[in-house]
Design a protein around this ligand. Structure first.
Ligand SMILES: [Cu+2]
Length: 634
């Protein structure tokens, strides 16, 4: 492990450890090292914004890397050579032209100090890929993966994978094709030409919070942990929910990263001794089940670190009593957030107006939700805490405390299961109410025109044409050694469990565009997983067999862990929406705990255009149709 760490370190010294801007030596885009992060306890600033002009959003991003003084690897999106991870603000119907140049230090990622030139012919040609079988993840100074049993070749390959990147536009209903939202074949090589993403935001895209992040199988975890993520805001949420009209809006991105002080002992806060620190096969700190102890990862809020063990909170300044719309993104690679706002030691209610980018007003109101004159009341779900799995978003109405009142934003502990990572209770930010607090960057339109009702029927009112069952499972890589790194599987019931293989993108599931299906996702492991599918949203219709009627949709859902004894595995039933013709093509579904995804917990789905017979290209085993269901082939 040391040897590899040393190699990577040497590879990076020249360009980024001492902060020399590599772009100073002739690179056209002026790439440099990642900017210095704010100090602990800083006021939370918002990212720079790039807005569309006359229906077009143009942005050039340089994907760069550097190494922190702590030895941690950073990855960043640089805009105009300085600003990190800009927020992209678009309107439905806008054209996005995003040029991404991969300027990470090639030598640092090659494993042998030399550049690995893989032919990627146009970056999304498909075909043979440099495959990294990533075994475990204990990111060290190099930010790639090492674990007991990992061979030098595997490590070298994983490091080589770090030389590639791409973008996934999480939550948007874009086409899964080259230059739009393909993450199966698009690989942008370090030192190569800039790659252009060019797509139109669908005219009926729901207004709300989405995000961009890399999606290279085997390297996603390291890149996201290193900080590679940013927000996309589709404007117009005030058109979907008049309750937020005119409010100042504030974007808060929570990211996780390797521990800044990995060797520090947990601070003892009561008479109980701190829980023992135990690690899983991937080197992460196991869930203590106590709500305390050493976390598996540190957190940051808009890049202000809130590091173990002292958790010096960041500072959010707000005007006293002011109502704001907070758009909160959990861009963590593996950490669950259970967001809570405390005022004078008491949890405050937060008004949820949108989850995962979809306003909860999207469903037709019930009789109770209509005013006497028949008009619709705005729907707000008031919560004292909000569970956000990795990749989850919530848009919430909060009210600034009175001046001088003690308030804070915290994450409560999340019980991730006996095999899960430790996510203890910890602060994120102190909320300081001051009359002269700077207003957030943006404010929502005060007199918005109401958004048209969605043209498609509410998903909860559509009968599914079939039901499928999928399950999460795990086993040690070496069946004789329970401590060996974990293999992570996502399997369609009836198929052979298989680790995701980027060289085999034959679909596990074939779906007909226009259909709505129910998918049951079971968790047969003793840790949490978060199911996510690209290009589409879904509705949670059952939680562990209990029917639900939620007025909102999601694109990422937590699935409870198995206790190791019960005859029934925990599950969710999801109503999956394949009606949008824009999503025809081949894409992925996976666990959004990125270590799991990199470790194989991903499958491939193909959505076939209407008029083409899904059966003719092979419907895999285990795709049971519901008895009597009509299979539309119009
Ligand atoms: Cu998982």
């Amino acid at each position: 492990m040391l040897r590899w760490r040393a190699l990577a370190f040497l590879g990076c010294v020249a360009a980024c450890l001492i902060g020399l801007p590599r772009g100073a030596f002739g690179q056209a885009r002026g790439a440099g090292a990642c900017p210095r992060r704010p100090a602990a306890g800083s006021v939370v600033a918002e990212a720079d914004e790039v807005r569309s002009v006359n229906g077009v959003l143009r942005v050039d991003l340089d994907y760069c890397d550097s190494v922190e003084a702590s030895g941690q690897k950073r990855y960043c999106y640089l805009y105009e050579g300085r600003s990190e991870a800009p927020t992209l603000r678009v309107k439905p119907g806008d054209l996005v032209i995003l040029s991404l140049k991969n300027d990470v230090d090639v030598a640092a990622h090659s494993g042998d100090g030399k550049s690995h030139r893989h032919s990627t012919a146009g970056a999304c040609a498909g075909g043979a890929m440099p495959v990294a079988r990533v075994i475990g993840t204990a990111p060290t100074a190099i930010g790639t993966t090492t674990a007991p049993g990992a061979t030098p070749t595997a490590i070298g390959m994983a490091m080589a994978m770090g030389a590639f990147t791409n973008l996934h536009f999480h939550g948007l209903t874009l086409a899964p094709v080259c230059h739009e939202d393909d993450s199966l074949h698009t690989m942008i090589e370090a030192g190569g030409a800039a790659f252009e993403y060019r797509f139109r935001i669908p005219a009926d895209e729901a207004p709300g919070l989405y995000w961009y992040h890399p999606h290279i199988h085997g390297a996603t975890n390291a890149q996201v942990l290193g900080g590679a993520s940013g927000a996309i805001i589709v404007e117009g949420i005030e058109r979907a929910n008049a309750e937020v009209a005119g409010l100042p809006e504030r974007l808060l991105i929570i990211r996780d990263q390797e521990l800044v002080n990995p060797d520090a002992a947990p601070v003892q806060t009561d008479s109980m001794p701190p829980p023992m620190v135990m690690r899983d096969a991937e080197g992460d700190i196991l869930n203590t089940g106590t709500g305390g102890g050493k976390p598996a990862k540190d957190l940051s809020i808009n890049f202000v670190p809130v590091a173990f063990p002292n958790y010096v909170p960041a500072v959010v300044e707000i005007r006293p009593g002011e109502k704001e719309l907070w758009r909160v993104l959990n861009a963590s690679a593996i950490t669950y957030i259970d967001l809570q706002m405390m005022v004078n030691g008491k949890p405050q209610m937060m008004g949820v107006v949108s989850l995962d980018g979809i306003p909860i007003n999207s469903r037709e109101r019930t009789a109770d939700e209509k005013a006497d004159d028949g008009s619709a009341k705005n729907r707000i779900v008031w919560q004292s805490h909000i569970l956000m799995p990795p990749a989850g978003r919530a848009e919430i109405i909060v009210k600034g405390p009175a001046e001088g009142v003690k308030a804070s934003l915290v994450t409560r502990t999340v019980d991730t299961g006996p095999a899960g990572e430790n996510d203890p209770t910890r602060p994120l930010a102190t909320i300081v109410a001051a009359a002269d607090a700077a207003e957030p960057r943006a404010r929502l339109d005060a007199s918005p025109a109401p958004l048209a009702r969605p043209s498609l029927a509410w998903l909860g009112d559509v009968q599914p044409v079939r039901t499928r069952k999928l399950y999460f499972s795990e086993k040690p890589h070496d069946s004789k050694d329970p401590k060996s790194p974990t293999d992570f599987y996502m399997t369609v019931e009836g198929q052979e469990p298989k680790l995701f293989d980027p060289n085999d993108t034959a679909p596990n599931i074939v779906v007909q565009q226009g259909d709505v299906e129910d998918w049951i996702i079971e968790n047969r492991t003793q840790e949490l997983h978060a199911f996510h599918i690209h290009q589409a949203h879904f509705m949670l219709v059952e939680w562990n067999g209990v029917p639900l009627d939620e007025p909102f949709l999601r694109d990422t859902i937590n699935v409870a862990y198995w206790d190791g004894k019960s005859g029934q595995y925990p599950s969710v039933k999801l109503r999956m929406d394949f009606r949008d013709p824009n999503i025809v093509g081949t894409f992925v579904y996976h666990c959004h705990l990125l270590e799991h995804e990199d470790g194989g917990m991903m499958g491939v789905i193909r959505v076939v255009a209407k008029g083409k017979q899904a059966d003719s290209i092979g419907t895999p085993a285990g795709t049971d149709r519901m008895p009597g269901a009509k299979f539309s082939t119009e």
